[in-house]
Write a protein that binds this ligand. Structure first.
Ligand code: TXA
Ligand code: MG
Length: 347
């Protein structure tokens, strides 16, 4: 009885909050005028979604604490999970962080591109942007629309992926619309993202450069420039990679991992239980399967990275997804996202 009353109270509160939140009209644009309007919104402390080569970002002025607070509110993201700050070029690093020789070497080798570097921050970056940390994650996107937006805004842009917290990252403007319609005024459409998974994050504040999140720039590529690098492994400690402790990239249907050899059995098992699954696998694996509901991850690690998030969103039209366990070394970054989507469930 008491429990029910409590639950009812919570429901009422949630409804009240929802009524209070003003619904915005969300427009999608891709013209130069739209980028100019987006820059004006960023300058005013408003939020705009924009394309990058990795995934779409939800951007706000990184130096305005109110803008960062809005980002957390719009996404429903825990405020101790820091944001990545997007810059136009190396010259701007010294305005927000302490540049290092290693950071410059990685910048020369891979930027603009899908690499984020963690450096010690300057006081100008508010704690609201960095989740209270003394470090800041910086990135130089290569997508021309992202670059134009940063340049026209004239400020560093804090941007997490433009999805609702815990949902799959968006790789097209329509993915962003599906998650954030009514919550932001403008989405810049720059077409599908060419990389398709989030940037590699490398922490340069410790003894050894440490890859906190795998991505298209591999640990080996970083090692080839700096002579040393390691992959973060072991316990997720608060101090290291705050974002890693949260469940990410989850479609709204159960996802299961299965080896290529076991896929047929796994699909039959689900079908027998009255579940209508879809299989997500490499082209060469699909060729050997007779199952009708299928989404291809292509024929290379790059294609798998490029397709995985759209595949996970498409899987939501089914009851469940069975995803191929990709064991070859090159699939490490794609598998990182697949493991987070399945949450360790295996068939
Ligand atoms: O490709 C990308 O990086 C995309 C696009 C929009 O640029 N952005 C993105 O942001 O993936 P988000 O917020 O979804 O992921 C940011 C990750 C989180 O896991 C967070 O914990 C980590 O970066 N991060 C941010 N600042 C950090 C810091 N100072 N130290 C350690 N990790 C940090
Ligand atoms: Mg994200």
């Amino acid at each position: 009885m008491i429990k029910n009353e409590k639950r009812g109270g919570k429901k009422r509160q949630a409804r009240f909050f929802f009524r209070k939140r003003k619904k915005l009209e969300t427009r999608i644009g891709s013209k130069t005028e739209d980028i100019i309007e987006a820059a004006a919104l960023i300058q005013k402390g408003e939020l705009v979604a924009f394309p990058t080569e990795t995934v779409y970002g939800l951007g706000g002025n990184a130096l305005m604490k109110e803008a960062s607070k809005k980002i957390y509110a719009v996404k429903g993201r825990p405020s101790d999970n820091p944001l990545i700050v997007h810059l136009a070029s190396w010259d701007f690093v010294k305005e927000i962080a302490y540049p290092t020789a290693e950071a410059k070497a990685l910048y020369d080798a891979f930027c603009p591109g899908p690499l984020t570097m963690v450096l010690k921050k300057l006081p100008v970056v508010p704690p609201e942007t960095t989740g209270g940390r003394e470090t800041v994650a910086i990135r130089f996107p290569s997508h021309p629309v992202a670059r134009a937006l940063i340049e026209k805004s004239g400020c560093p842009i804090a941007a997490p992926s433009a999805n609702l917290s815990k949902h799959v990252s968006p790789t097209s403007a329509s993915h962003v619309f599906d998650d954030l319609c009514g919550r932001i005024p403008l989405i810049l459409d720059g077409g599908p993202c060419s990389v398709g998974i989030e940037s590699t994050i490398v922490d340069l504040t410790g003894e050894i450069p440490t890859v906190l999140r795998p991505g298209a720039i591999t640990k080996e590529m970083i090692e080839s420039v700096l002579g040393r690098a390691r992959r973060f492994s072991g316990e997720v400690k608060e101090a290291l990679a705050p974002g890693m402790k949260y469940k990410h990239y989850s479609p709204r249907v159960p996802c299961y991992l299965s080896s290529a050899e076991n896929l047929e059995n796994a699909l039959a098992f689900l079908a027998k239980k009255g579940v209508r699954p879809v299989v997500i696998a490499r082209e060469e694996t699909l060729e050997k399967l007779s199952f009708e509901n299928r989404i291809s991850l292509g024929s290379s690690p790059e294609e798998a990275q490029n397709r995985i998030y759209a595949a996970l969103r498409s899987a939501e039209a089914f009851d469940a997804a069975v995803i191929e366990n990709l064991t070859a070394e090159g699939y490490l970054a794609a598998m990182d996202r697949i493991k987070k989507a399945t949450g360790g469930l295996e068939l």
